[in-house]
Design a protein around this ligand. Structure first.
Ligand code: 13P
Length: 252
């Protein structure tokens, strides 16, 4: 089963206009100049989506948001609807990132609702899951991932409209990563959970990204694992050269 790798940058709450434009332009230029087999996605903060879209014009780099509300429109001060994101030229939105699960107490049920709304608006979703350090130490990693898959991934998910990102919370922004064997074991278990929920055919085609301290130095090993179909990159996506250096390992 060939799953085209997805190299996605989550800029989180970083960049003002000038840095965001420079970063997006540099990524777009390097993607254009290089030879890559993978799909590229960058997810700037909401404030930069319009500006970054202009920088990506004519390039093969896709644009994504970092979250979305589940309602089409209405009285939700401060929130952004799926159609608004689509209107800005996004093809994807990240949902259920652990920073939103923690900072905004987002539940699996809410993330599921957001996914349904995003898919209905024609957006693809990157649905994030992953365990805390305490859960990992207690040997609960796979159980936590199964529960999050069951709760957050809607029944309408297909291999086309949904990408899963496994991001162990303790590996995010820490420089720590699980061993390659651990990553492969968890990704395989996630694919099994997806098969149970969505059927084997869908699960075998659905991409599962790894996220958490992905850097140019560890990308080759992580991206060579059989069930790792790309990366969701935080810190290293803020440096165009690092982001591209990671992607070079996805094109082998
Ligand atoms: P880092 O790559 O900075 O660890 O962040 C990972 C992440 O949370 C991407 O969504």
């Amino acid at each position: 089963m060939v799953r085209r790798k997805l190299i996605a940058g989550n800029w989180k709450m970083n960049c003002l206009s000038a840095d965001g434009v420079a970063l997006a332009k540099s990524v777009a230029a390097q993607v254009k100049a290089g030879k890559f087999d993978c799909e590229f996605l960058i997810c700037p903060p909401f404030t930069l989506l319009g500006l970054v879209k202009k920088c990506l014009r004519g390039s093969k780099v896709g644009l994504g948001a970092q979250d979305v509300h589940f309602a089409e429109k209405g009285a939700h001060t401060g929130d952004i609807s799926p159609l608004m994101i689509k209107d800005l030229g996004c093809s994807y939105t990240i949902i259920g990132h652990s920073e939103r699960r923690v900072d905004h107490a987002e539940s699996n049920q809410l993330i599921n609702q957001k996914a349904v709304a995003a898919h209905a608006a024609g957006l693809n979703t990157v649905i994030c899951i992953g365990e805390t350090e305490k859960e990992r130490d207690a040997g609960k990693t796979i159980k936590v991932c199964q529960t999050e898959i069951n709760g957050s991934v809607p029944a309408d998910s297909t291999a086309k409209n949904t990408v899963i990102a496994y991001e162990p919370i303790w590996a995010i922004g820490t420089g720590k990563t699980p061993t390659a064997a651990d990553v492969q074991e968890v990704h395989a278990a996630i694919r099994q959970a997806l098969a149970k929920k969505l059927g084997k055919a869908t699960a075998s085609k659905m991409r599962i990204l790894y996220g958490g301290s992905v850097k140019p130095g560890n990308a080759a090993e992580l991206l060579s694992l059989p069930d790792v179909d790309g990366a969701l990159i935080g810190g290293a996506s803020l440096k165009a050269d690092d982001f591209i250096a990671i992607a070079k390992n996805a094109s082998k």
